[in-house]
Design a protein around this ligand. Structure first.
Ligand SMILES: Cc1cc2nc3c(=O)[nH]c(=O)nc-3n(C[C@H](O)[C@H](O)[C@H](O)COP(=O)(O)OP(=O)(O)OC[C@H]3O[C@@H](n4cnc5c(N)ncnc54)[C@H](O)[C@@H]3O)c2cc1C
Length: 489
């Protein structure tokens, strides 16, 4: 059932599980639990409604920015379905190398491996309506060899593949399922404003429609699924002025290691025409092969992960001036194109990139968040180093040339731009000393408080996060409620 509190106010409620936030993490967890356990009552509290939030709603999300601004205002939605109301649908599981961190990083390994997530990926693809869960680029290469470069085995350069969700708008796509599920109550305009704690348990949450009457939900378990920034802000508000030198809620890691995938445009590539390292359609299905460092290159260098796309420029038919001398090398116009390079880069986890609280409060009475995101020269350095390695491979194999146009000094001054993926600030860890929650997202020093979403990721890879967020939500449902009785059609 879905109930809009602006139309039908709610009294106090009792539930087995109370989930705060109805983005993909909250919706998938709620429906997976409700279908697996018809004897459980699930309450899903969503701060927004069915349509785009009002200015008053949006004001609840206001964040104070640190030294460098970051376009956070457009990076999330406050409505049923959460930020999938305007996500792009780019999807890809993480790579095996993304689950461990080089020894010299200040990041623990993931407490789960790709093998642990594997059983839930097929379900995550169904929820995100991605037509295939095959990610071997060799399948596409075999059908379209002319769209790929020849990559010598020892070049340090390899390929991976993205797939795409339509993109699924979780709020509209799954509204009928939420409506039909008898043991699930989804309340709209239910803004969670406080969690009541007794010792190591949360006993209830207080929620309120703006300008309306507050009510309380008592439950056995509570899950914060409010997106990376709000989950962190909620936990910091719950900690209040208590010290941050302990475990779980009191962990010094809470709020630290904020990261987003960031874009670097290192330069131009001259290479054979019609390469397909960008989104295109293979047999009617959208695919995007990308160029990446090999796992050996990453391991040897102890560097961040990244991927590279090649975007033909409007002057694709003719060699630009800078390459004129190279025509003699056989790079003739028409057979060779000029490509702009776009990279998506994983930042190295950094403790000084963090969310803290200010003394300002929002209408709900919660202290506002301040976000400081620092990129370091090494983050960009990895991108440029790989671009050089790629250029060397192209030159050695006679397939083309690169031209680096990136100005690192200018980039240092510029605004930081990201892909709207809010990761790292509630990282999960095997050892309580290394993170904030355990492998299930349970806050280490709390008995019944859980977190869902990408704030859990201790390192980030370059893959977009939502597929993994959904896989983790299904995994949590299975750990609590056992095998599925019915999956989404
Ligand atoms: C422009 C854009 C493009 C993107 N493209 C991609 C992409 O191509 N691929 C990809 O994988 N990811 C993409 N993302 C990121 C993706 O949208 C997020 O990873 C995903 O939505 C996170 O899911 P979530 O459920 O954790 O949080 P959200 O989707 O943010 O949902 C959180 C929910 O909690 C609610 N909420 C918050 N606070 C409260 C409160 N106090 N009380 C009650 N409810 C509350 C919100 O209203 C919201 O509905 C993109 C994001 C943006 C902005």
């Amino acid at each position: 059932m879905i109930q809009d509190l602006l139309v039908h106010p709610s009294g106090d409620l009792r539930a087995d599980v109370c989930i705060c936030g109805a983005g993909p993490a909250g919706i998938v967890l709620a429906l997976e639990l409700a279908k697996r356990r018809p004897d459980w009552r699930i309450v899903l509290l969503e701060g927004g409604g069915r349509t785009v939030e009002s200015e008053r709603d949006r004001a609840l999300y206001e964040v104070e920015m640190g030294e460098k601004s970051y376009a956070v205002a457009a990076s999330r939605r406050r409505m049923l379905g959460g930020t999938t109301a305007h996500w792009g649908g780019w999807s890809k599981p993480l790579e095996p190398t993304d689950f461990t961190s080089p020894a010299h990083w200040s990041a623990p390994d993931w407490p789960v491996t790709l093998d642990d997530l594997e059983p839930y990926l097929a379900g995550a693809h169904r929820w995100c309506e991605i037509p295939s869960d095959g990610y071997d680029p060799a399948l596409v290469r075999a059908r379209h060899p002319q769209r790929f470069l020849q990559l010598p085995a020892d070049s340090g350069v390899t390929e991976h593949l993205f797939r795409f969700s339509p993109p699924t708008r979780f709020g509209t796509r799954y509204a009928a399922d939420l409506e039909a599920q008898e043991n699930l109550t989804c309340l709209l305009h239910a803004n969670v404003r406080a969690l009541e704690r007794r010792a190591d348990r949360i006993v209830s949450v207080s929620a309120i429609p703006l300008g309306g009457r507050a009510f309380t939900v008592h439950a056995e378990r509570f899950v914060l699924a409010q997106g990376g920034l709000e989950n962190t802000r909620s936990l910091l508000n719950l900690r209040g002025d208590a010290p941050d030198d302990g475990i779980g809620l009191h962990s010094p890691h809470l709020g630290r290691f904020f990261a987003d995938h960031y874009g670097v445009r290192p330069g131009l590539v001259l290479a054979p025409s019609e390469l397909g390292y960008l989104r295109w359609s293979d047999q009617g299905v959208a695919v995007m092969p990308v160029l990446t460092p090999s796992s050996d290159w990453l391991h040897e260098k102890g560097r961040q992960s990244l991927c590279m796309m090649l975007d033909p420029t409007p002057t694709a038919e003719s060699l630009p001036g800078g390459y004129a001398g190279q025509a003699a090398l056989g790079f003739s116009a028409g057979e060779y194109w000029n490509y702009n390079v776009q990279m998506v880069v994983e930042p190295r986890p950094s403790a000084e990139s963090r969310i803290t609280l200010t003394d300002q409060r929002c209408e709900l009475g919660l202290r506002r968040a301040r976000l400081d995101w620092h990129l370091h020269d090494e983050d960009v350095g990895t991108a440029l180093e790989f671009f050089d390695a790629f250029g060397a491979m192209l030159a050695r194999s006679g397939q083309g040339r690169i031209r680096q146009t990136y100005d690192i000094a200018q980039a240092r001054r510029a605004t930081t731009t990201g892909a709207n993926h809010h990761m790292g600030t509630i990282r999960f860890s095997k050892n309580p000393e290394d993170g904030v929650t355990d492998a299930d997202g349970r806050v280490h020093d709390m008995d019944n408080l859980y977190v869902a979403g990408s704030a859990l990721f201790p390192r980030y890879g370059y893959s977009n996060p939502t597929l993994t967020i959904v896989a983790l939500a299904i995994r949590l449902a299975e750990r609590w409620a056992g095998a599925p009785q019915e999956l989404p059609a």
